[in-house]
Design a protein around this ligand. Structure first.
Ligand SMILES: O=C(CO)COP(=O)(O)O
Length: 248
């Protein structure tokens, strides 16, 4: 039984006042849900959100981390720093990081490995551009991203990994992949995991969909057999919109 995971990716939004306001609206509303709820806040809000969600079902996630232990990497944040404030999940390889910060599959893999070594649970993102989709390259792209992103990760560690399939053309555009198309790609990613690992691991790994998920399309998406939750951008910035997804 895979427990669905719904994670809000706030991206570069919410100062601490705004973060606390949103968290206070959410925190008592998710206690009766069966899904795992994660808030991936900006680094600056993590400590405050952690304190504000103590004793609730809300879990904390970061949006990025560096792959080195510590040292002269101005502006970067290490896994230990995140763990120290109670972060449990970390988004790795989001398409915006790949696109604007030149993160390659190799960098993504280093980050996934470091997160796991330290005890953080990576949410490994993958997905194709519009051009790749139109060129019928979707399956090829996600296969490459899965193989390279998961390189060198043991069977035991893979149990802690969540994969997020986010077609880039569906992010922030209002366009969603149809739920059956999204399911087909996610089922394919599950097959790739089976080839790389085994049946049980591929059955157990959670794979989310991300890209313009809203309360109005969440239930259709979540009904699909292979989709185990959502990584939500825009609709996670407002309590009612996010709760509508959590309660799909
Ligand atoms: O990038 C996303 C989540 O990581 C999706 O963003 P939107 O939900 O705003 O399309």
């Amino acid at each position: 039984m895979r427990i669905p995971i719904i994670a809000g990716n706030w991206k570069m939004n919410k100062n601490n006042d705004e973060a606390l306001h949103l968290v206070n609206e959410l925190k008592n509303e998710v206690n009766d849900t069966d899904v795992e709820v994660v808030l991936c806040c900006p680094f600056t809000a993590l400590s405050e959100v952690k304190k504000a969600t103590e004793g609730t079902k809300i879990k904390l996630g970061a949006q990025n981390m560096h792959w080195e232990e510590s040292g002269a990497y101005t502006g970067e944040i290490s896994a230990d720093m995140l763990l120290n404030i109670g972060v449990e999940y970390v988004i790795i390889g989001h398409s915006e990081r790949r696109q604007y910060f030149n993160e390659t599959d190799e960098i993504v893999n280093k980050k996934v490995k470091k997160a796991l070594e330290k005890g953080l649970k990576p949410i490994l993102c993958m997905g194709e551009t519009l051009e790749e989709r139109e060129g019928e390259k979707t399956f090829e792209v996600v296969k490459r991203q899965a193989i390279k992103g998961l390189e060198g990760i043991s069977n035991d560690d893979l149990e802690k990994v969540v994969i997020a399939y986010e077609p880039i053309w569906a992010i922030g555009t209002g366009k969603t992949a149809s739920s059956s198309d999204a399911n087909a790609v996610i089922a394919y990613i599950r097959d790739v995991v089976k080839e790389l690992y085994n049946d049980t691991i591929s059955e157990n790994i959670r794979i989310q969909y991300g890209g313009s998920v809203k309360a109005s399309n969440a239930s259709e998406i979540m009904m699909e057999e292979d989709i185990d939750g959502a990584l939500v951008g825009g609709a996670s910035l407002e309590a009612e919109a996010f709760l509508g997804i959590v309660r799909f």
